[in-house]
Design a protein around this ligand. Structure first.
Ligand SMILES: *[C@@H]1O[C@H](CO)[C@@H](O)[C@H](O)[C@H]1NC(C)=O
Ligand SMILES: *[C@@H]1O[C@H](CO)[C@@H](O)[C@H](O)[C@H]1NC(C)=O
Ligand SMILES: *[C@@H]1O[C@H](CO)[C@@H](O)[C@H](O)[C@H]1NC(C)=O
Length: 604
């Protein structure tokens, strides 16, 4: 609702009465809506709750989606989805999760505790701890990103006291008090909203739901644009007045990575409006999927200002695209399998990625045993006729192993589970290849040369992912990087989670025990390279060992994601089972609604 100018003559008393009535009216309407969804939330969100000073739920849309185009959550009983996790037997678990895993788990928890305590001591309420100066930094609008992002990790690790501290802090956050005039819709959704929803799904702390609802109502305003596509640059002033416009150059990841959080919000509130706006994005994705320059995938950059235009030429599963692909299968699961559009889009996108974006690296013959069976995910330039693979390997792209494997299980594509494992092991292998035991942010690898896929007949004949022999003349004699990494483009490690994320998912899916040792090797390498006196810090160059080269940064995903995945892989596989939760792209587990037990079955 745009601000209405108040005539000066109106007495203060009258104004106060009007505002008061309006507040009561809207507050009641909101709670009624919520209870209409069948949820009795009560009228107070609990101890320590501080209501935000602007009530976004009251805002009227300037550009509402036409009534006839609005959709609700798919109706029906959630389907029984195929089993995702490996069926671990008691024997297997005893052998795998003996004292060793417990010690590893404790080591991860000690690391998390150390970082959390330093955040509390030096940066409480700020977005991040700056680990070299022991100060705080506000990088995500200043609401305390690390506290929101850490809630569910603290819960999962059984750090009850610390969890309660965090709950008290976030309960009092006023979304209208920020250190910045704008925030990123994407980052705010995945870190803050995802963090609140997951922590609520785990703990049922009412106040977390209250804050999630306030924030959801705020972020809903990002969709109030002429094209109904979201504006990622969420300017608070403009948003209040309905003046936001979607960008002419917006990343695919931004539009494609809102579906889990907004779906969960509709499921929990019973209010379809959050779902309706992301369903509108789904339709645009569906309609454009076959008409891009690389049919089956969408370009990394989109023009959303006048609708949804996907005519750009760069395609990847990595930076700025990644989680849009990740969310297709996960949204399908969260919707209880009731919307097959997500399945279709996932399968098409994975097929295209397999044909064009994934590649096998050319490996030196010097391996003592058999050549490792690994794949990487690159970037493709395509104008619709010429398709060129850029064999860059991004740490961000390492999530793809988990994505292929999860989708493979969900949609019964055994080949995709195998590809998922090859990708996950590729990143783990790249960790081992560098002196610190950690892989860099971006590097290049020499790919096996792919035979072009011209038509469907050639598809089976030429396996684009076949092995190849080392060719020294392609490598050249003056390259100094560790083979086969031909060019380390960005040597930093920023405490990122994607590699351990995929190893974790593959362990839960395949039950292969050696992945536990892979994870432990990664944990030791990462912590050794990044540890500071009070916490952990990003490093400038994974090619250099020793204690130099640290950056004054510990992003909130270190506790939210990296340490959570390390902790979970060493824990009992029933803890946050992949059959019960989908992880958002910030590793926040959202609960999958389950079909009711068959009638006659006993409650257990
Ligand atoms: C609404 O739906 C109709 C029919 O499916 C479609 O032609 C139209 O473009 C949609 N409008 C918007 C704003 O999405
Ligand atoms: C415990 O687990 C470790 C690592 O998986 C393994 O190496 C070791 O043999 C196991 N010990 C027993 C007694 O099963
Ligand atoms: C090795 O690479 C060189 C240079 O790219 C190429 O000319 C040659 O054909 C390759 N050899 C083999 C056996 O593929």
């Amino acid at each position: 609702m745009a601000f209405i100018a108040v005539p000066r003559r109106l007495s203060r008393l009258a104004l106060a009465v009007v505002l008061c009535l309006a507040t009561i009216y809207f507050f009641r309407t909101k709670l009624d809506e919520v209870s209409d969804g069948g949820k009795a939330w009560g009228r107070s969100w609990g101890d320590g709750y501080v209501r935000s000073s602007f009530n976004w739920a009251n805002r009227l849309q300037t550009h509402p989606i036409p009534e006839t185009n609005r959709t609700s959550l798919p109706q029906g009983v959630p389907r029984v989805l195929p089993r995702i996790q490996h069926q671990f037997s008691e024997l297997e678990l005893d052998a795998a999760h003996n004292k060793t895993q417990q010690q590893r788990r404790d080591a991860v928890r000690r690391t998390a505790t150390k970082c959390w305590e330093s955040y509390r001591q030096f940066a409480w309420g700020r977005d991040e701890l700056s680990p070299l100066t022991q100060t705080g930094a506000d990088t995500f609008a200043g609401w305390g990103a690390t506290a929101f992002d850490s809630l569910d990790t603290l819960w999962i690790m059984g750090l009850t006291k610390e969890f309660k501290q965090a709950v008290r802090l976030v309960a009092a956050v006023d979304w209208d008090r920020t250190t910045s005039g704008h925030c990123s819709l994407f980052e705010t959704t995945i870190r803050y909203l995802g963090g609140l929803l997951a922590a609520y799904d785990l703990s049922y702390e009412k106040v977390l739901f209250g804050k999630a609802l306030e924030l959801g109502d705020m972020l809903y305003a990002a969709f109030d644009t002429p094209s109904h596509m979201p504006a990622n640059d969420f300017r608070f002033g403009k948003a209040k007045q309905g003046g936001l416009v979607a960008d002419r150059r917006e990343s695919l990841a931004t539009v494609g990575s809102l579906s889990l959080e907004f779906t969960r919000l509709s499921q929990l509130t019973g209010d379809p409006k959050y779902y309706s706006v992301i369903d509108h994005i789904k339709l645009a994705l569906e309609q454009s999927q076959d008409d891009t320059n690389l049919p089956g995938m969408w370009p990394t950059w989109l023009d959303l200002q006048h609708g949804f235009h996907a005519s750009d030429t760069s395609f990847t599963l990595g930076a700025s695209a990644d989680s849009a692909y990740e969310y297709l299968s996960k949204t399908y699961a969260l919707l209880g399998g009731l919307d097959q559009t997500y399945e279709k889009m996932h399968l098409k996108a994975m097929a295209t990625a397999r044909d064009h974006v994934l590649f096998r690296p050319m490996l030196p013959d010097a391996y003592p045993a058999a050549l490792p069976d690994i794949l990487f995910s690159g970037t493709v330039l395509s104008n619709g006729r010429i398709i060129e693979l850029l064999p860059e390997v991004q740490h961000l792209g390492c999530f793809a192993g988990g994505m292929f494997a999860l989708g493979g299980r969900l949609f019964k594509q055994d080949g995709d589970v195998k590809i998922g494992e090859q990708l996950a092991r590729g990143c783990a292998w790249a960790y081992d290849a560098f002196p610190t035991g950690v892989m860099p942010e971006v590097t290049e690898v020499l790919p096996c040369q792919r035979k072009p896929i011209n038509d469907d007949e050639n598809r089976d004949a030429d396996d684009p992912l076949a092995h190849c022999a080392w060719n020294q003349s392609r490598w050249g004699d003056d390259t100094t990087s560790p083979k086969p990494f031909s060019n380390v483009r960005d040597p930093q490690y920023l405490l990122r989670p994607e590699a351990i994320e995929s190893i974790f998912v593959l362990y839960r899916i395949t039950g292969k025990k050696d992945l536990l040792d892979v994870a432990w090797r990664m944990f030791q390498a990462v912590t050794a390279a990044t540890e500071t006196e009070h916490a952990h810090a990003a490093i400038t160059d994974v090619q250099v060992t020793g204690t130099t080269g640290k950056t004054n940064s510990m992003e909130s995903f270190w506790i939210a994601e990296t340490l959570k995945y390390f902790y979970l892989i060493f824990s009992d596989p029933d803890l946050i089972s992949l059959d019960d939760y989908v992880f958002n792209t910030e590793a926040h587990p959202l609960r999958i609604p389950k079909p009711p037990p068959p009638t006659g079955a006993k409650e257990s």
